[in-house]
Design a binder for this molecule. Structure first.
Ligand code: DX5
Ligand code: ZN
Length: 230
């Protein structure tokens, strides 16, 4: 089985979308050495989102250079059910699907568990969280998109904070201890509010990659989270 998600309360998940792809292996090893908890892999198909990025081959390459890290695969693709098994075989630990891309979301989550991965559901900025209501028991984490998916380096959409709070309330009301991940525009300026809203997995691409030394960059983000929750 692929490595299990971390028990730590707050996790930093660098998104390799902003890494230097000409030296991807080294970039990944450097952020892990610098304290990254998960490696976030953005899969885009040119249909669900306008951009095209990476597939199972890249996940396999990440797994090769980082045998023990949690690989968090974010599928921004149509018909994600077709590729779940391939990503699991390639080494994914967590797989999230976009709610908007799944006609049979419940079955999709079952499929992710069937291949022994942790299952997440991602919500676009305009998607109300109530759509999760009947699958809350089936998922391991909720991914609140705080930008419109497709590209790194976009500005954080403030209404995402309210959505994180609503999702946290929905989970608490059901007595569910699940992670909430936020993705998009997370940086030293926005991370404190995101933490206060109830998020515990912080995806950051452009706020980490290309900003060495990574150890200091990640430590600064962590410090902001800790200070926000004092
Ligand atoms: C956007 C992706 C994000 C992206 C975040 O569609 O899902 O994971 O890499 O990039 P930043 O942190 O630069 O907003
Ligand atoms: Zn992502």
């Amino acid at each position: 089985m692929n490595p299990h998600p971390d028990p730590k309360p707050h996790l930093i998940a660098p998104s390799i979308l902003s890494a230097d792809f000409s030296r991807l292996g080294a970039e990944i090893q450097e952020v892990i050495r610098a304290g990254a908890d998960w490696i976030h892999v953005d899969v885009m198909d040119g249909h669900f989102v306008p951009n095209i990025t990476m597939g199972p081959l890249v996940v396999e390459a990440v797994r090769k250079v980082a045998p023990d890290i949690v690989i968090d695969v974010h599928l921004m693709i149509e018909n994600p059910e077709r590729y779940i098994e391939d990503f699991a075989k390639a080494g994914a630990t967590c797989i999230s699907v976009q709610l908007e891309a799944c006609t049979h979301l419940h079955r999709c989550l079952q499929q992710i568990h069937h291949v022994r991965c942790q299952a997440g559901v991602a919500l676009n900025p305009a998607t109300p969280p109530e759509g999760l209501s009947y699958v809350l028991n089936e998922l391991d984490f909720v991914l609140v998109m705080s930008v419109n998916p497709g590209f790194g380096g976009q500005a954080f959409i403030p209404s995402s904070l309210e959505k994180i709070r609503v999702v946290r309330k929905m989970l608490t009301a059901r007595g569910l201890d699940r992670r909430i991940q936020v993705d998009g525009g997370v940086n030293e300026t926005t991370i404190a509010e995101v933490a206060r809203a109830g998020c515990d997995v912080f995806v950051a691409g452009s706020a980490i990659f290309g900003r060495p030394p990574y150890q200091e960059t990640i430590a600064r983000l962590r410090r902001k989270i800790e200070e926000a929750l004092l």
